[in-house]
Ligand binder design. Structure first.
Ligand SMILES: [Zn+2]
Length: 222
């Protein structure tokens, strides 16, 4: 099961050193939701994959930051552990997962125009917002992910990447209650290049969009 690592990081933008908690993998043996949110084990890992610099609010996947080393294991009563815990709890309150991904998408926008990566940041932000029970933030992220994956679909021009992008546009529109747009997007999915693991789910979500059903779903297994 993935666990957070407590470490020191350096911001690549402003060189501030600060403590952070990161998770390096999503784990295995989990379940996949119909918007491709993968969950394994007891820990919801996505908030721990993005780091926000407390100095300048530059945000990105933790790999973009300079890793300065893990903290040793202190007792929970040790003053360093207590100060560290307080700092990290405050950071979690200031920057819940959905906010981290929003800031990361904005930071990326300033640097380059990688549409696919930005669409995935908003998609992951929507997963975090759902976990936080923040419906407004979930819509915010889903709407931007739809825009992003529409652009990805246009750029990819065929192939599995385009099929998955069209599926995600359809599924996110379905969840947003935009059933006409969901059906139009699902109609653009090239079934013959869609990965096998997504084929059953695609057929089911397309049918749900047709019926006007916007409920979150799990992807059906084999
Ligand atoms: Zn910074």
């Amino acid at each position: 099961m993935p666990l957070p690592v407590f470490c020191r990081m350096r911001c690549p933008e402003c060189n501030t050193n600060f403590p952070a908690e990161i998770v390096k993998s999503t784990g295995s043996g989990g379940v996949l939701e119909s918007d491709l949110c993968y969950r394994a084990g007891g820990l919801f890992v996505y908030p721990f994959m993005v780091v926000v610099c407390p100095g300048c609010r530059f945000a990105s996947y933790h790999q973009e930051f300079v890793f300065l080393g893990e903290y040793p294991r202190y007792s929970q009563y040790h003053p360093i552990q207590r100060a560290l815990g307080e700092f990290l709890r405050a950071q979690r309150r200031l920057y819940p997962g959905s906010e981290r991904y929003r800031l990361a998408a904005l930071s990326m926008q300033r640097k380059n125009a990688d549409v696919l990566q930005r669409a995935h940041l908003y998609l992951r932000g929507s997963w975090c917002a759902r976990k936080e029970g923040d419906a407004a933030a979930e819509r915010y992220h889903q709407e931007r992910a739809v825009r992003g994956f529409r652009e990805v679909f246009r750029q990819e021009a065929g192939g599995a990447g385009a099929a998955i992008a069209a599926y995600l546009v359809g599924e996110l529109c379905r969840r947003l209650g935009w059933f006409g747009e969901a059906e139009a997007a699902f109609a653009c999915v090239n079934f013959s290049v869609l990965p096998v693991w997504l084929q059953k789910g695609f057929i089911e979500m397309r049918e749900r969009a047709r019926r006007g059903d916007n409920t979150p779903q799990m992807l059906p297994g084999d």
